[in-house]
Design a binder for this molecule. Structure first.
Ligand code: HEC
Length: 165
């Protein structure tokens, strides 16, 4: 694979996307990569934008009120979050770099929080009647503030690709 003039950051984004593609999604992180995803240079997002400290602070306060009981104040999720409980449902996953949250573009994350997740019996609530979309977005910005540069770059890439269309 030849990458024409690309910054180190952009190269990092490509590699991260390959890892994301290999993981496939929630609860399948042990899947062996079956296909190589090539991101053409023109599809690579520009460097991810800085976060707004005020938005992060607002999101943190909302997170503590509405999300921390399950996802934990330190974003680490419930213990053994990859193992189903006796009733077959999954514990609340982490929202820091160790979870899956950063695999999803902004629009999907907002939708999950607003409308819930399509998993039978899940304890993940819907928040459409309690939080506005901008409030939900501020929570997402707070989550982003805990991610490392690789997770930020990968999540920005999928967010950017989606909004560009
Ligand atoms: C009552 C417990 C509970 C509360 C409160 C809760 N969640 Fe969840 N959440 C869950 C569970 C459990 C899951 C896993 C869904 C599944 O697979 O069943 C989840 C999943 C998610 C996911 C999907 C993560 C992924 O990797 O796909 C997001 C995003 C999320 N929650 C965000 C939030 C936010 C933001 C709040 C607060 C506004 C919140 N949750 C409040 C229990 C909760």
């Amino acid at each position: 694979m030849t990458l024409r003039p690309a910054s180190r950051l952009r190269r990092a984004s490509v590699l991260i996307l390959l890892v994301v593609a290999a993981c496939g999604g929630a609860q399948t992180s042990n899947t062996t990569p079956s296909a190589i995803t090539y991101v053409a240079p023109e599809d690579l997002a520009p460097p991810y934008p800085d976060l707004d400290p005020q938005q992060i602070a607002a999101g943190e306060a909302l997170y503590r009120t509405y999300c921390a009981t399950c996802h934990q104040t330190d974003l680490s999720g419930e213990p053994n979050w990859k193992t189903p409980k006796a009733d077959g449902t999954y514990p609340a996953p982490p929202h820091d770099s160790s979870g899956h949250t950063w695999h999803h573009p902004d629009a999907l994350l907002v939708q999950i929080v607003r409308e819930g997740i399509d998993v039978p019996g899940t304890s993940m609530p819907t928040f459409g009647d309690k939080l506005t979309d901008p409030e939900i977005q501020s929570i997402i910005e707070y989550l982003k503030s805990s991610w490392g540069p690789d997770e930020r770059a990968a999540q920005w890439q999928v967010t950017w690709q989606q909004t560009r269309r």
